[in-house]
Design a protein around this ligand. Structure first.
Ligand code: DGL
Length: 279
């Protein structure tokens, strides 16, 4: 029987920290191991193949660190890599381990927030092109109309600390105008990228009155709590010392600077060279 290990939390960079923050709030007793693949971020405009290969390499690294459960706290990786990893890779490389994403837990409940049966999804180009949200939401709420808008400038604005700049206002107004032109009766807007909660204050300024803004942190945290409750065989393999460790594939100084904004408290990361660590 394998020793219990931390729960792995993965993102292309910092965004997953907005999810980890809510997970730690809800489930502080577990150990968490965070990996941000900042050296290769953003993933949002990359091909399916590239995102899949990068994500699989990171998942393998988590498994090597003793994780039995890994959360892809990145919509782009969840959209482009999760299904292949779950269906093709896991049965071969680690049949007893689990990898979960952030799209399904969101799709399972989003319809409960809409009275007009129209929701807007703001995401990276990769997530929008994958059509994952319309497909997953249709499984749980077939009557809901889903309008999507790719916001390719939002992640770079956040990554470059420009999320309070006039440039951010320009792109937020532009993308919101377009999505409400597509679906006039949208009454719920989902921030379907883990970087976007940092733009929340500005987005709220430009949102039509009465439209609800949803981000995924609390949704994913509640869904993880439920999953662990329903799967004692996985839960028993998750270590519970309340510890957190952070790794980045890029500079730790940059990561630590940015990370506190996303995570809400100061942290110290370590560097990992994935090629050396996996070989
Ligand atoms: N945080 C990622 C997401 O939720 C996107 C960032 C990126 O483009 O790498 O989709």
């Amino acid at each position: 029987m394998q020793q219990p290990g931390p729960i792995g939390i993965f993102d292309s960079g910092y965004g997953g920290l907005t999810i980890l923050k809510e997970i730690v709030n809800k489930l502080p007793q577990y150990d968490y191991l965070y990996l941000g693949d900042s050296a290769r971020a953003p993933y949002g405009n990359r091909s399916f193949d590239t995102v899949y290969h990068y994500t699989l390499q990171c998942v393998n690294w988590f498994f090597k660190q003793g994780c039995s459960l890994v959360i892809l706290a990145c919509n782009t990786a969840s959209a482009k890599a999760l299904r292949t990893i779950q269906q093709n890779d896991l049965p071969r490389i680690a049949p007893g381990k689990r990898v979960l994403g952030v799209i399904r837990p969101t799709a399972e409940i989003i319809g409960n927030f809409s009275e007009t049966e129209s929701v807007g999804v703001l995401a990276t180009t990769g997530t929008v092109m994958s059509e994952s949200y319309p497909m997953e939401i249709a499984k749980f709420f077939p009557e809901i109309k889903v309008y999507q808008e790719a916001c390719p400038m939002w992640v770079p604005l956040v990554e470059n600390n420009e999320y309070e700049s006039d440039g951010a206002d320009y792109f937020i107004k532009k993308n919101l105008r377009t999505i409400f032109e597509k679906g006039e009766d949208i009454d719920v807007i989902l921030l379907a990228c883990t970087h976007y909660p940092l733009l929340k204050a500005k987005i709220e300024e430009y949102l039509p009155v009465g439209v609800k803004l949803l981000s995924q942190g609390e949704i994913v945290a509640a869904s993880l709590a439920d999953y662990l409750h329903r799967h004692p065989e996985i839960e028993s393999r998750c270590r519970k010392n309340g510890q957190r460790e952070f790794y980045t594939t890029d500079s730790t100084a940059d990561f630590d600077n940015h990370a506190s904004t996303f995570f809400g408290e100061k942290l110290q990361s370590r560097h990992v060279d994935l090629d050396a660590a996996i070989s």
